[in-house]
Design a protein around this ligand. Structure first.
Ligand SMILES: [Zn+2]
Ligand SMILES: [Zn+2]
Length: 140
């Protein structure tokens, strides 16, 4: 927990138990949680938690560049830690999201240079390995 308190302080965020637990949840690999998922996971530990608090905390994390919103083929916004920008692969069959440590370098097209570009999201979609294997079993 002390590690999370330091991370928060390093981003100019005052540590609180709620903030540390939300950060801890985000740290779990490949979780990409929604506000709803974080709320459900932590309500047992923090009975006073509200979805508004989760939302506001994620908003604060995003503003302080500790977390980022992930653009996925999904109705709800999902969140990721900002420390290691990476591309995502989302399976269109089972919706599983995979991270890659590699980040394809993209520079903003010239027509966007009049704007202030702060972030770029890369999402690959298709059929994941296990869904592909399942569907090939059916074909055989
Ligand atoms: Zn799949
Ligand atoms: Zn990710």
């Amino acid at each position: 927990m002390e590690k999370h308190a330091d991370t928060l302080r390093n981003h100019g965020i005052k540590p609180s138990l709620t903030r540390m637990l939300i950060l801890s949840y985000l740290t779990e690999e490949g979780s990409h949680p929604t506000v709803e998922e974080i709320y459900k996971a932590l309500i047992g530990t923090i009975p006073t938690l509200s979805k508004t608090t989760v939302y506001n905390t994620l908003h604060l994390f995003t503003q302080k560049k500790l977390a980022r919103a992930v653009m996925l083929k999904d109705q709800e916004t999902r969140y990721d830690l900002a420390a290691h920008p990476h591309a995502h692969f989302q399976c269109l069959e089972c919706n599983t999201v995979y991270d890659t440590s590699a980040f394809p370098q993209l520079s903003a097209p010239e027509e966007f240079l009049k704007h202030t570009v702060e972030d770029v999201s890369i999402l690959f979609t298709g059929l994941c390995q296990s869904c592909r294997e399942k569907s090939s079993h059916i074909e055989q």
